[in-house]
Design a protein around this ligand. Structure first.
Ligand code: GRF
Length: 186
């Protein structure tokens, strides 16, 4: 199954997906890494791995017009699935419905808890004893849509948002490839 990955920054989840795609029995392959920030560090990682990249800033474009560019790029690459990996843009309703059920996202919380930003600070603030990450189907609502898979970690005494984020990120890198495999083979 051909997958396009969309990123905005570092791209460590993207890198985990690229690594997993190297397995001979992996049922999906990465046909494009796209970014809304031409300076996203993950683009360089993708290029170094020999994966086609596409980058276009969203600046000065409305959401629907920008998403039309993304749509054209991912279709031209032959993608049938889109995996968001630290993609910091809300998708327009038209784009989401055109790709209904075929866009996935990874979010660093145990959804439905802590949608949106600053998830780790909010988990600590709330006194949660567990944190984690969720892979879910993208709908028009932010960090909403059916959850495909989750991984859990403990919140430890003395955790800061940074130490908790690092513990969760390790699980994100394991969970995302597995969840994508589950999704494209079901
Ligand atoms: C990850 O924690 C992801 O769950 C969240 O943003 C972060 C992106 O990190 N949506 P990276 O770019 O994959 O390293």
């Amino acid at each position: 199954a051909p997958v396009a990955i969309l990123i905005s920054g570092r791209g460590s989840n993207m890198a985990a997906l690229l690594r997993a795609a190297e397995a001979p029995d992996c049922p999906w392959r990465v046909v494009l890494v796209g970014a809304n920030d031409p300076d996203a560090a993950g683009l360089e990682t993708a290029r170094a791995a020999g994966v086609p990249t596409w980058a276009h800033s969203h600046k000065g474009l409305n959401r629907a017009d920008y998403d039309a560019l993304v749509d054209a790029a991912v279709r031209a690459a032959g993608a049938e699935w889109i995996a968001l990996a630290g993609y910091m843009r809300l998708l327009s309703p038209g784009f989401v419905s055109a790709w209904a059920g075929r866009i996935v996202n990874i979010h660093p919380s145990l959804l439905p808890l802590h949608k949106g930003l600053d998830t780790h600070a909010r988990a600590i603030e709330a006194g949660d004893v567990e944190a984690g990450c969720s892979v879910h189907i993208v709908t028009a609502e932010l960090d909403d849509g059916p959850v495909i898979a989750q991984a859990r970690v403990p919140v430890l005494p003395g955790d800061t948002p940074e130490t908790l984020a690092a513990r969760v990120l390790v699980e994100e890198h394991r969970l995302y490839p597995k969840a994508l495999t589950e999704l494209v083979t079901r």
